[in-house]
Design a protein around this ligand. Structure first.
Ligand code: SF4
Ligand code: F3S
Length: 251
């Protein structure tokens, strides 16, 4: 039975998704009723349950401060980082914890993020310098140029948006919001030389055109990145690029 930690403030009922595909085909749910003090996060609660109740519960975590992006999971149906979600922020005392959708479950809340990283690699998320000589120090940017990037640079690659997007649920080829937002971030970078022609890479059904503007990626992002805006912006840029190409204004 569960033991209460000291200074208990509120009790919660945790319903935890359990699946070990090597042992069972269907998931089941384990339930615990435990009290936690104000300020406890979902991750801290899971660590407590793992330590005191069942050490076979599997989940990823590392930094505990919303930087590493490891602890993305569904809490009461919403994709969140467990480390920055306080129990007291949830409505009621029920805490349903499940793995992120759109990826295969390896065990419990650990999912196989291979499709997420495959999409990410597709946009070549590094600075394209087009053979420019490496400067003696850093490649400088003006404060204004940095400011333009700021809304897009804080992605922690948690895959919450990837798990939240319903389109990926029925079309696993769709590149997804995080990769597109990352591409946008580099296309906006004054130091990047990849040029608009690089957009051809996402100019396909499984690229920017498959987004149905459902906005769940924006709701899910713990870093306030707005992938939908970047998708719309790249679509506009793509149309303009095509137009210019048609009239031979660009090569
Ligand atoms: Fe996570 Fe936001 Fe990056 Fe998506 S865009 S991977 S939700 S931080
Ligand atoms: Fe998916 Fe976000 Fe578009 S949730 S459909 S990528 S707006």
């Amino acid at each position: 039975m569960s033991r209460k930690p000291a200074h208990t403030d509120s009790e919660y009922t945790f319903k935890l998704f359990r699946l070990d595909p090597e042992k069972a085909q269907e998931p089941c749910y384990d339930t615990y009723r435990i009290g936690f003090p104000q300020g406890t996060t979902v991750l801290e609660a899971l660590l407590h349950i793992q330590e005191k109740e069942d050490d076979s519960i599997a989940f990823r975590f590392s930094c505990r401060s919303a930087v590493c992006g490891s602890c993305g999971m569904l809490v009461n149906g919403a994709p969140v980082l467990a480390c920055r979600t306080q129990l007291s922020s949830l409505i009621g005392d029920q805490v349903l914890v499940e793995p992120l959708p759109n990826m295969e479950v390896i065990k419990d809340f650990i999912v196989d993020t291979t499709p997420f990283w495959k999409s990410y690699r597709m946009v070549e998320p590094w600075l394209h310098t087009d053979g420019q000589p490496v400067p003696e120090k850093e490649r400088l940017q003006s404060p204004r140029e940095v400011h333009k990037l700021e809304p897009y640079i804080n992605c922690v690659l948690c895959a919450c948006c990837f798990g939240a997007c319903p389109v990926i649920g029925f079309d696993e080829e769709y590149i997804g919001p995080a990769a597109i937002a990352k591409l946008f971030r580099f296309m906006r970078d004054s130091r990047d030389r990849r040029g608009t022609a690089f957009l051809e890479r996402v100019n396909r059904r499984a690229g920017v055109w498959n987004c149905r503007t459902i906005f769940r990626c924006i709701d899910a992002c713990p870093k306030d990145i707005r992938p939908t805006d970047t998708i719309e912006a790249l679509r506009r840029e793509m149309v303009l690029y095509r137009f210019k190409k048609f009239f031979r204004l660009v090569r």
